[in-house]
Design a protein around this ligand. Structure first.
Ligand code: HEC
Length: 129
């Protein structure tokens, strides 16, 4: 029950706050599981602040799947091209991924997400690794 309430909250409250900040609509579905604020913890997915340039599975507070941990151990890093490929079909890039999200077919929508994830979080910087 508590989990359900938290899930509901994470769907509605942050999405509204984010819209007020003028963030691209493309991130709204991700917002249920991910935050770009390095201070925000405890969501169902890893924190995505400072994603571009950091290693795959680079949130030290998140318990990743073996698939992503292996990519991390192999030294894979996120760059804009890799993120675009990932968003096109996440499970194809990392079979066994624990993120149940279909790929995004619209290239413009993917690019909007890549740009957003490459930008530092407003006011806090991207000092997160
Ligand atoms: C239902 C929850 C959920 C939604 C919605 C979701 N994700 Fe995820 N995401 C996850 C989980 C869980 C993981 C970790 C997967 C694993 O360990 O295999 C993850 C991992 C990731 C990673 C890799 C992070 C890293 O540290 O290397 C990226 C990038 C990512 N998601 C982007 C997105 C984007 C962009 C969206 C929206 C278009 C999105 N996700 C929507 C749950 C979600």
């Amino acid at each position: 029950m508590r989990f359900f309430a938290v899930l509901l909250l994470s769907f509605f409250l942050p999405a509204a706050a984010f819209a007020e900040e003028g963030g691209p609509r493309a991130f709204t579905p991700c917002r249920a599981c991910h935050s770009l604020d390095p201070a925000e913890r405890g969501l169902p997915g890893p924190n995505l602040s400072g994603l571009i340039g950091r290693t795959v599975a680079g949130d030290p507070a998140f318990d990743y799947s073996p698939a992503l941990r292996k990519a991390h151990d192999d030294g894979l890093r996120w760059d804009e091209k890799r993120l675009d490929t990932f968003l096109t079909d996440p499970a194809a890039m990392f079979p066994g991924l624990w993120m149940s999200m279909p790929g995004i077919e619209d290239a413009a929508e993917r690019q909007a997400l890549v740009k957003l994830l490459a930008a530092p979080f407003p006011g806090r910087g991207a000092a997160y690794q």
